[in-house]
Design a protein around this ligand. Structure first.
Ligand code: TNX
Length: 575
């Protein structure tokens, strides 16, 4: 740059050092945290001088303020107000245990790569003071999950009405730092945050992802890592598909053989497994710290072969079927004409509800091909009442639609054709929808014909297809007000490892997350693919696997560390 100084400024002459011609005067007072009632000590002077020298030579932030996924509601950049995080910075937080927990999470996210101590302190009115302030204030305009982020040379301030809003602001701040912030060990980097303000809040209340832990079992640590990915993109629900023909994955004290017998198998020859009560509580608590609610699914009345192997009394013929490790669907069911089935449902849902702080219980209801007509709707109506009696809100796949309405009921729509009069009718009777269109949001679909794992029954889903739909208008006759939100399900017939989970989630999960969070006015494929491109570098730095989808302009300097599965994980064919 022609205006760059030819001689290094005198580091101890902060006040008179020459400025670059393009350097605004904003840094004239870099506001070091100097106490007013005493003369600054030599180390403070040296730090202030070094900071000024650094500013004079510094390039602007490599990230623009709007480079955030999901796109924020309102972004006002101020290129004259970049902030640089320095080693002595602290995280100051409102005096509130949940807000302090968010402050601790922020510090834990920033410490590894910066190597800075980043102490977390509480204050009645936290001020940035050369660091980061997280302030709870009850600006009603931000709503239960919104936040405001202000970046000035003096520091970063995130305000929200709730700890959840603060955490969303933290995730935004994380994306505004250079990608090296994701490194697990310290790196030499100028930790600059682009100046300006963001005001942000979600379009939809429910933003989720589903992990099928029944077809293949994934241990607690894998689930916690998936929760981290959800939190990064401001999702607030993790739906766990806990039971299916191939395995029962949650311990139930009153029906112990469900886990010990029903949990022993998985698709193909893969090992089975199930979560103990303590495991499940760990998942729920880890999610709750990230303001994510777990939605447990017990799939009924179909998809129950594993339960029938454990308790043949629930089978229509009373005979235990052989364990099932294939991937066909629709053949198994608990007997809707047997009262013992309702004891089973009441006990299982009761135990799961007692361990689940969130409001929702998911009861499946899909592909029960052998339970038809009034046998099916009668069963569903009884199950809906059981859930209501437990004080929970029932969620089910949209096959529940023909059953009678019950207060608050939520249908998860996984259709591929937005003309669905049966679902639209259930909405007219009061149901709300979670949208998971099979041909846009199903993350078990292949990206392209040569994707080594995944299905294609709902078509191929590249990143653009995951992004290009509008939850507010997708199902005919369903107004946006009836849409609770969106969810991206990952079925795991062909997915066998954490790396494969990540390969299918990334980069499509952020696309669905943006549909759930961002105002429709920000929807723009060209802008999205450019914003998303910078995330490859972040995932690589964090050791996260992702698919280098060809339609995303990934930076070419990025090290390609991503693992791409080469072994097709599917060991059997899918229906
Ligand atoms: C349909 S979607 C299913 C699942 C399969 C999935 C595979 C739904 C509610 N049921 O049982 O795993 O397709 O894509």
């Amino acid at each position: 740059m022609s205006s760059a100084p030819t001689a290094a400024p005198d580091p101890l002459d902060a006040g008179t050092a020459p400025r670059r011609a393009d350097e605004p005067t904003r840094h004239a007072d870099p506001a070091p945290p100097v106490l007013a009632d005493r003369a600054p000590a030599a180390p403070e002077l040296a730090r202030a001088a070094a900071r000024t020298a650094g500013d004079l030579l510094a390039p602007p932030s490599p990230v623009r303020l709007g480079d955030v996924v999901p796109a924020p509601e309102q972004v006002t950049p101020d290129p004259a107000a970049d902030f640089v995080l320095l080693p002595e910075a602290a995280v100051r937080v409102s005096t509130d245990p949940a807000a302090l927990a968010v402050g601790e999470q922020l510090a834990a996210l920033l410490r590894p790569a910066t190597g800075y101590p980043l102490p977390v302190t509480d204050a009645a009115r936290p001020e940035p003071a050369g660091g980061i302030a997280l302030a709870l204030d009850d600006d009603p305009a931000l709503g239960p999950e919104g936040y405001r982020l202000d970046v000035t040379p003096a520091g970063v301030r995130i305000c929200a009405a709730t700890p959840a809003g603060l955490l969303h602001g933290v995730q935004t701040l994380r994306q505004l730092l250079p990608a090296a912030i994701e490194n697990p060990t310290p790196v030499a980097e100028r930790w600059v945050v682009p100046g300006g303000s963001i005001t942000d809040r979600p379009r939809f209340a429910y933003r989720g992802a589903m992990l099928d832990v029944a077809r293949h079992f994934f241990g607690v640590d894998d689930v916690l890592r998936v929760i981290d990915h959800l939190a990064r993109y401001k999702l607030n629900h993790l739906h766990l598909h806990l039971t299916d023909d191939q395995g029962w994955r949650i311990a139930v004290d009153s029906w112990p053989r469900l886990a010990t017998v029903g949990g022993a198998t998985a698709v193909g020859d893969a090992p089975g497994g199930s979560y103990t009560t303590a495991d499940y509580r760990r998942i729920v608590a880890y999610a709750a710290e990230r303001h994510i609610s777990v939605v447990p699914e017990i799939d009924l009345p179909g998809h129950t072969n594993s339960a029938l192997t454990a308790y043949p009394e629930l089978a229509p013929d009373g005979v235990a079927p052989p364990p099932y490790t294939g991937t066909e669907v629709g053949f198994s069911y608990v007997d809707p004409a047997n009262e013992r089935t309702y004891d089973f449902v009441t006990d299982v849902l009761g135990e799961v509800a007692a361990r689940t702080p969130g409001p929702f219980l998911h009861v499946g209801g899909d592909e029960a091909f052998k339970v038809k007509g009034t046998a099916y709707t009668g069963f569903v109506e009884r199950v809906q009442r059981i859930v209501a009696d437990l004080g929970k809100t029932v969620v089910g796949w949209h096959q529940l639609a023909p059953a009678a309405h019950t207060d608050g009921r939520v249908l998860q729509w996984w259709g591929t054709d937005g003309a669905d009069p049966v679902t639209a009718d259930a909405v007219r009777r009061g149901a709300r929808l979670i949208l998971s269109p099979g041909n846009h949001a199903y993350l078990d679909m292949k990206y392209a014909p040569d994707t080594p794992i995944g299905h294609d029954w709902a078509g191929l889903i590249d990143v653009r297809r995951a992004y290009d739909w509008d939850p507010g208008t997708h199902v005919a006759g369903v107004p946006a007000e009836a849409v609770l939100g969106v969810e991206a399900p990952l079925w795991t017939e062909s997915v066998t490892s954490l790396a494969e989970i990540e390969f299918m989630l990334l980069p499509r999960l952020p696309a669905v997350a943006e549909l759930g969070w961002s105002p429709r006015a920000t929807h723009d494929w060209t802008a999205f693919r450019e914003r998303l491109a910078g995330h490859g570098r972040r995932w690589a730095a964090a050791g996260i696997t992702y698919h280098r989808a060809p339609e995303i302009p990934w930076p070419t300097d990025e090290p390609v560390t991503a693992h791409i599965p080469t072994q097709p994980g599917t060991r059997t064919t899918t229906a």
